[in-house]
Design a protein around this ligand. Structure first.
Ligand SMILES: NC(=O)C1=CN([C@@H]2O[C@H](COP(=O)(O)OP(=O)(O)OC[C@H]3O[C@@H](n4cnc5c(N)ncnc54)[C@H](OP(=O)(O)O)[C@@H]3O)[C@@H](O)[C@H]2O)C=CC1
Ligand SMILES: O=C1O[C@H](COP(=O)(O)O)[C@@H](O)[C@H](O)[C@H]1O
Length: 490
């Protein structure tokens, strides 16, 4: 990944270093940045968690993780050996003021005061406030310190406000980096280029030409080992409050006046504030929640959510579909259908822009309306469905086809994982792709009535078979408007 910025050695301190996120995402992302020469020698990656491990134990875990989560063609035993020499471990309960802070103080204070210091909070968000209080009391928050907060920030508006206030007591907003890894995805960032560098699209980008928008983030995996966290969260908090709403903002926002972080975030905020608030009546007609059940998929036995959780009962949704409406002159009348779930038929994240039918047709059979398919992952790219004259038939016959750009083969590049760029943006201090506090609040304000309605069972929790596209009610949600989810797009 090209990155003209020159980095000075920095300290990257991870709270939650023995967890899933660090192993699967953070260390592999830092390894790739190391391979690209962005981690100068003397950079230190300091893992902390309560587990009693030595530097050597943690390096061994890191090495095992890299062997598992870095693509095979990028495995270089020598490079991995060199990379893990940058890694240290300190056993510490970040929430305990009487924990072993002396070790971390010694390691960090031996350093120059102006070294960039990133504290990455890869732990449960309820710990963020305590960790920040302790960092502040131990005088570890320097002028060049930035904290990175993982999502979801809180479980409600009130808890998010509390976390943000406690963290904000010690650090100014421009030192707080709330990460949403969907904004780190190249194809999500590419929405800016697609819309604002191609006037052909931007001129059509409104209810005048667009019929509806689909945003899907589908996973084939279940909750796996994250059941403890997930059962208290559910898909609405885990995916919709953050990732899906951020993608919706990128699709729906007006052009920012510049690519300055606050100008972009102001526009996203306007979209979040324009979302039509959900009443109980709308929750009944415009939302669907589901939970996966057992099934055999391609000969493989998939257990139900409850079996995976080892529980008899849970009201937690592993699937959500919502019809969102944006009250602006650009978007009134255009439904934005959001859908996410675990154990679905495919692993895919995508946006589909369905253009309107033309009112008039020259041809005997009305042409299919155009459709723009933005593939966030996998096979990152964009395709546009088109009508052409069917070459095998008469001049009045049309055939549907598409023009397609597959980014990776087109640009001969490896598509970096979303964390890679974001971690280095935090090191650089560039907040463009991070979430501002008011965005978090606005997203929770829209989500909360849905959470509240579901808690009162305003709609039932539907079941869906593992390996399907979710409950029937999800198809009906669109069918009521005469629309369909496009699951067969190129
Ligand atoms: N996993 C993922 O794919 C994603 C996770 N996230 C977010 O990242 C965060 C971490 O998630 P994940 O890695 O899955 O969670 P895990 O449960 O796998 O890991 C939690 C980590 O926190 C540590 N920990 C717990 N309590 C303390 C404490 N008091 N002081 C210091 N460390 C502590 C644990 O280690 P120990 O027990 O040794 O202390 C462990 O290292 C969460 O906020 C989650 O929402 C966001 C996006 C994706
Ligand atoms: O934040 C999260 O995202 C992942 C899905 O991310 P993706 O990049 O693979 O689409 C999801 O599995 C996890 O539950 C959620 O916390």
């Amino acid at each position: 990944m090209e990155n003209p910025h020159t980095y000075s050695p920095f300290d990257f301190i991870i709270f939650g270093a023995t967890g899933d996120l660090t192993t699967r995402k953070l260390l592999p992302a830092l390894y790739y940045r190391y391979l690209d020469g962005q981690l100068p020698s003397n950079t230190r990656i300091i893992g902390t968690a309560r587990s009693p491990l030595t530097d050597e134990d943690f390096r061994k875990r890191a090495q095992d993780g890299l062997n598992q989560f870095v693509q095979e063609e990028d495995h270089s035993p020598e490079k991995i050996e060199d990379f893990i020499k940058l890694i240290y471990y300190i056993s510490l309960d970040g929430a305990d003021p009487n924990g072993k802070w002396a070790d971390i103080e010694k390691l960090l204070n031996s350093d120059k005061a102006n070294t960039v210091r990133i504290f990455y909070f890869a732990t449960a968000p309820r710990l963020y406030g305590d960790i920040c209080d302790n960092l502040s009391n131990k005088k570890l928050l320097t002028k060049t310190t930035r904290v990175v907060l993982e999502k979801p920030i809180g479980t409600s508006l009130a808890t998010a406000e509390e976390i943000n206030s406690r963290v904000g007591k010690h650090l100014p907003e421009n030192h707080i980096f709330r990460i949403d890894h969907y904004l780190g995805k190249e194809t999500v960032q590419n929405i800016l280029a697609l819309r604002f560098a191609n006037p052909v699209f931007e001129r059509l980008w409104s209810s005048d030409s667009i019929d509806y928008v689909e945003i899907t983030a589908a996973e084939t995996v279940g909750v796996g080992k994250r059941g403890g966290y997930y059962d208290g969260a559910g898909a609405l908090r885990d995916m919709v409050q953050n990732h899906l709403l951020q993608v919706l903002c990128m699709v729906a926002m007006d052009p920012p006046i510049s690519l300055n972080a606050d100008d972009l975030r102001n526009e996203k905020l306007k979209v979040l504030r324009s979302l039509k608030p959900m009443t109980d009546e709308m929750i009944k007609t415009d939302t669907v929640r589901g939970q996966y059940t057992a099934n055999t998929v391609n000969g493989e036995q998939m257990v139900s959510y409850l079996e995976e959780l080892k529980k008899d009962k849970s009201n937690t949704e592993t699937f959500v579909a919502i019809k969102a409406q944006i009250n602006t002159s650009r978007w009134t009348g255009v439904p934005f259908y959001l859908r996410t779930g675990k154990r679905l038929a495919e692993k895919t994240s995508e946006i589909i822009i369905q253009f309107k039918k033309s009112a008039w047709s020259l041809f005997p059979t009305a042409p299919q309306p155009n459709r723009l398919h933005i593939r966030i992952q996998p096979d990152e790219g964009v395709s546009l469905s088109m009508q052409v004259k069917d070459p095998s038939k008469s001049h009045t016959s049309l055939r549907s086809t598409f023009i397609d750009i597959a980014f990776s083969p087109a640009f001969h590049i490896r598509y970096p994982d979303s964390y890679e760029g974001l971690l280095m943006d935090a090191v650089k201090g560039d907040p463009l792709l991070f979430i501002r506090r008011d965005e978090v609040d606005a997203a929770w304000k829209w989500i909360e009535p849905i959470l509240d309605g579901w808690a009162r069972d305003v709609i039932p929790l539907s079941q869906y078979k593992s390996g399907s596209w979710g409950p029937q009610a999800s198809q009906q949600l669109l069918a009521k408007d005469g629309h369909i989810w496009h699951e067969d797009m190129p």
